[in-house]
Design a binder for this molecule. Structure first.
Ligand SMILES: Cc1cc2nc3c(=O)[nH]c(=O)nc-3n(C[C@H](O)[C@H](O)[C@H](O)COP(=O)(O)OP(=O)(O)OC[C@H]3O[C@@H](n4cnc5c(N)ncnc54)[C@H](O)[C@@H]3O)c2cc1C
Length: 415
């Protein structure tokens, strides 16, 4: 293959979903990655389809919380000291975006994408013969103190305005849903309309197989070789140079590797995160992902076992892994969850691509005709892959987009 209508660079859940949506609309598409589909960030997440999400992840609220992070005592966050000067401007902007007013703005601007998230996955799962990976049991957030439960009250108030169902439970109510938990928490909230995936890697691969079944080309190549040729774009692949009229960058945390040389500098940072698998103790198991809110981690039942995923680490994307958060939170996790033997493999590390306003960039690249962007999905790339893939495909084919794409435009950083 030497020529196609559209090349999509990056076969994570975001790029694969976009490529599939374009192929479904009759466009000739090549999906290019240096690895197999879904093998990077889209592999190791907690598998939650957060259709219920309203607020971005909070900045440590108050001096005491910030001090715990600074002293490296917090389970929910870690940082590399040498990286702080580089990320400081982004952190200041992130903090400014987590005032109550800005969180409510985020909720309104992102609601169309989150509201479609589970339904768009269901549609792609069905046509990809992968519905067996979907669990529609919602997810559960646990609060060990009344104070922490109270802090989440604003989100529940807003949920009521959006008619987003959530069920406040006492300890016994939560144990009825998840009998394998230890009663070391006080309150819980069940978000029944969220869903989860028992094998995120298998789902991206199933979407890629569906894409190939529609005639899409899966190619191996390095996106950093992207260059302009006349009115189009060219990239080197193992099958030779590939030309396309339009190119989509969906390289997740690696997108700046291609954008920066083109002179497009959008302020992306990464929040690194880790996971480790555990065998469940005895016959114990979980029905759904469960979050230990104060400690800032999630345990999700996966085909590989119970997957414990951490919160954010602020460090250079390519710096060696430092999975200290796992060590810090394990005592709390073992006291709550039926975690048996850990898997022998070293902890997995992934890098969430995040803008300071926690919104992705979806749409045309600033001042580069024929170049499109879909990246920066932060904590919700698995959730939002299909809905943002649909939105991008609608924009690229001139269809009426199912929601207003303006809040996701890259120009919001360049105006
Ligand atoms: C610990 C953790 C838990 C998470 N939990 C959840 C969750 O429960 N729910 C949720 O919705 N989200 C979750 N996320 C976030 C989610 O995983 C990401 O937002 C999502 O995977 C990003 O997808 P992506 O396709 O943009 O990036 P990626 O999956 O990283 O895909 C980018 C692709 O680009 C390719 N690439 C990079 N450079 C090049 C190059 N030069 N040439 C060719 N190809 C290249 C890579 O090989 C990769 O396949 C979590 C993330 C982490 C780290």
């Amino acid at each position: 293959m030497t020529r196609t209508d559209v090349m999509v660079l990056g076969a994570g859940i975001v790029g694969t979903s976009a490529a599939l949506h374009l192929a479904k609309r009759g466009i000739a598409v090549a999906l290019v990655d240096r690895r197999g589909p879904g093998e990077e960030t889209s592999y190791g997440n907690a598998g939650v389809l957060e259709g219920n999400t309203l607020f971005p992840h909070p900045f440590p609220p108050g001096f005491a919380a910030l001090l715990r992070v600074a002293l490296k005592q917090a389970t929910e966050a870690n940082y590399h000291l040498s990286f702080l000067p580089r990320v400081a401007p982004w952190l200041i902007a992130y903090r400014a975006n987590t005032t109550l007013e800005r969180r409510i703005e985020f909720a309104h601007l992102m609601r169309p994408l989150f509201a479609r998230a589970v339904a768009e996955h269901e549609a792609l799962l069905a046509e990809s013969d992968a519905t067996r990976y979907l669990r529609k049991h919602g997810w559960l957030k646990l609060y060990r103190s009344e104070a922490a439960f109270g802090e989440a009250g604003r989100e529940r108030e807003l949920a009521a305005k959006f008619n987003l169902p959530n069920v406040v439970l006492d300890r016994d109510g939560a144990l009825t849903l998840e009998p394998a938990l230890a009663p070391v928490f006080r309150r819980a909230v069940h978000w029944p309309e969220a869903a989860s995936i028992s094998n995120p890697l298998a789902v991206t691969k199933a979407y890629a197989a569906r894409f190939a079944g529609l005639g899409g080309a899966l190619l191996t190549g390095d996106a950093r070789s992207l260059r302009r040729t006349g009115a189009g774009w060219q990239v080197d692949t193992q099958e030779g140079p590939l030309d396309a009229a339009e190119a989509v960058l969906a390289l997740g945390p690696w997108t700046p590797d291609v954008l920066d040389p083109l002179g497009i500098r959008l302020p992306l940072a990464v929040k690194r995160g880790y996971h480790q698998h555990f065998q469940p103790r005895g016959n114990a198991d979980l029905m759904r992902p469960v979050v230990d809110a104060e400690f800032g981690y999630c345990v999700a039942p996966m085909e590989q076992g119970l997957r414990l995923t951490t919160g954010a680490e602020f460090a250079a994307r390519d710096a060696p892994p430092t999975p200290v958060q796992l060590d810090r939170l394990l005592p709390a996790a073992r006291a709550l969850f039926p975690l048996g033997e850990p898997a022998k493999a070293a902890p997995w590390m992934g890098t969430r691509p995040c803008f300071a306003d926690s919104r992705p960039v979806i749409g045309r690249a600033p001042s580069h005709p024929g170049l499109w962007l879909t990246y920066g999905h932060a904590h919700w790339g698995l959730t939002l892959g299909p809905s943002t893939g649909r939105l991008l495909a609608e924009m690229m084919t001139g269809a009426t987009p199912f929601c207003d794409p303006v809040p996701y435009a890259g120009e919001r950083f360049t105006r």
